[in-house]
Design a binder for this molecule. Structure first.
Ligand code: ZN
Length: 128
């Protein structure tokens, strides 16, 4: 079985501000940098966090606390032997959408049973 496991950790943030007192500095920091944003990179928008300024730092240096685990849809990458997409002739998978029978990952479409056909080569297991 495959699980998606969720966790959290502490991220440290440092910024430099002009202020009259430590309390004032906290206020200024809050007004200048009040959230972290996801950065695009490492093949996604949920892999990196970042800051814009040269004087700002964000870094993680803590243990991860794993809080929950969720079983993933196991049939998500289950190909259907011998059935191909009518459009691209690629092998289809079972659809995760109950309304449809199949899905074609190449066309990025959910397919009804009349939108697929039997593979001419017979049964394949979709291995390269
Ligand atoms: Zn297709």
């Amino acid at each position: 079985m495959k699980f998606k496991v969720y966790g959290r950790t502490t991220v440290n943030v440092i910024t430099e501000v002009e202020a009259d007192s430590p309390d004032d500095a906290l206020e200024v920091a809050l007004s200048e940098l009040n959230c972290l944003v996801p950065y695009v990179g490492n093949c996604g928008t949920d892999k990196l966090v970042g800051v814009d300024g040269d004087n700002d730092s964000v870094f993680a240096d803590d243990e991860i606390e794993w809080t929950s685990a969720e079983e993933m849809e196991s049939d998500e990458d289950e190909s259907v032997p011998g059935i191909v997409c009518s459009r691209c002739k690629g092998f289809v998978q079972k659809s995760v959408n109950p309304v449809y029978s199949y899905q074609c990952l190449d066309c990025d479409e959910d397919l009804y049973s009349f939108e697929v056909e039997q593979s001419e080569d017979g049964v394949h297991d979709n291995e390269p």
